[in-house]
Design a protein around this ligand. Structure first.
Ligand code: AMP
Ligand code: TRP
Length: 332
């Protein structure tokens, strides 16, 4: 069957709440575009989310909101598998096994832990936050995923996954794990803050003028775009020396499907007043219909899709866990 010849793809996204345009353009949009070409499994990684403290009720809402967004955006359950990580116990089971394969030396190199633990100090960070990349490796290796689309910040975690897969295969003289390949999104796919183009758009930014939330209304969107920082040059050109303008043109291009060249040409001789007014409408024209689709995804649909996803992911995970435990001599 043609279906079976497609390469297996796996990717995950954390249910962190207050999703913004950066999340959509950087992650969700790619997923939608890739689901036709691959045998895709998409996972809402709630077990990763608890590596930092979470309020249970808020976490539950965030998981459902993310599922709703993914379905409204076009994840098609007839083409892809969508499920919640903690519903398939193989993830934490395999993570434990990989904990015994990973070395302290591998882990101490992980820059994301250094960044994430810097705020509270590593003594106060959970061991789970330290082990986060091992759980991510488990997610990927559990499904024999070959292609793993991720943002640039996840490059090191993919490298670790490859190391663990190779080390395990060598140690147990098996080909039990597929050594995966990262599909790292290009730099252009990193959407920067509207108030500060040197940092990525982030829901934890100190000002709400940093991001466009997917829940923002039309007037708020217009206000945020009009206030977006530019620079002292009056023209609209696309270059690395003009990160603020480059970012706005990128957003314009991704949402309108016009090429960067066409946009630059369109605003030749015009100023930021015209450009921002049009950009605001491009964003509004994208977000309002998305909000309408989000509102139309029913709780029942979410439940059906996720339980179907759990069943199919769970089946694959069980087979892999049995195989891996057997080669290790684990179990009765
Ligand atoms: P986070 O909530 O930061 O873990 O992000 C969830 C997903 O959205 C990840 O795949 C990130 O790579 C992506 N993402 C977050 N912020 C941005 C951004 N500003 N630009 C592009 N992608 C982003
Ligand atoms: N750590 C990833 C991120 O923050 C999310 C993630 C968890 C993931 N498990 C994964 C991505 C497995 C790809 C494959 O973006």
């Amino acid at each position: 069957m043609a279906e079976n010849q497609k390469k297996r793809l796996f990717s995950g996204i954390q249910p962190t709440g207050n999703l913004h345009l950066g999340n959509y353009l950087g992650a969700v949009k790619n997923w939608i575009e890739m689901q036709d070409g691959y045998d895709a499994i998409f996972c809402i990684v709630d077990a990763h989310a608890i590596t930092v403290p979470q309020e249970p009720g808020v976490l539950r809402d965030n998981i459902h909101d993310l599922a709703r967004l993914l379905l409204a955006s076009g994840i098609d359950p007839d083409k892809s598998t969508l499920f919640v990580q903690s519903d398939v116990s193989g993830h934490s089971e395999l993570a434990w096994i990989l904990n015994t394969v990973a070395r302290m030396g591998d882990m101490e190199k992980m820059t994301q832990f250094k960044d994430k633990s810097a705020k509270d100090g590593s003594e106060r960070s959970s061991v789970g936050l330290f082990g986060y990349p091992i759980l991510m490796a488990a997610d990927i290796l559990l499904y024999d995923a070959y292609i793993v689309p991720v943002g640039d910040d996840q490059r090191q975690h993919i490298e670790l996954t490859r190391t663990l897969a190779r080390r395990f295969n060598k140690r147990f003289a098996t080909d039990g794990f597929v050594v995966p390949k990262g599909e790292i999104r290009e730099e252009g796919m990193r959407i920067m803050g509207l108030d500060d183009p040197t940092k990525k758009m982030s829901k934890s930014a100190s000002s709400e003028y940093n991001y466009i939330a997917l829940s923002d209304g039309a007037d708020v969107i217009r206000k945020k775009i009009m206030k977006a920082v530019t620079d002292s040059e009056p023209t609209i050109t696309y270059s690395d020396d003009r990160p603020a303008v480059k970012n706005l043109i990128t957003i314009y291009s991704l949402l309108s499907k016009k090429s960067v060249g066409d946009i630059v040409e369109q605003y030749d001789g015009k100023g930021f007043g015209d450009f921002k007014k049009d950009l605001a409408e491009v964003v509004v024209d994208f977000i309002l219909p998305l909000q309408e689709r989000i509102a139309n995804v029913s709780d029942q649909e979410i439940e059906d899709v996720l339980s179907q996803g759990t069943e199919s992911a769970g089946r694959a995970a069980d087979i892999k866990m049995r195989e891996i435990k057997k080669v290790m001599g684990l179990g009765s």
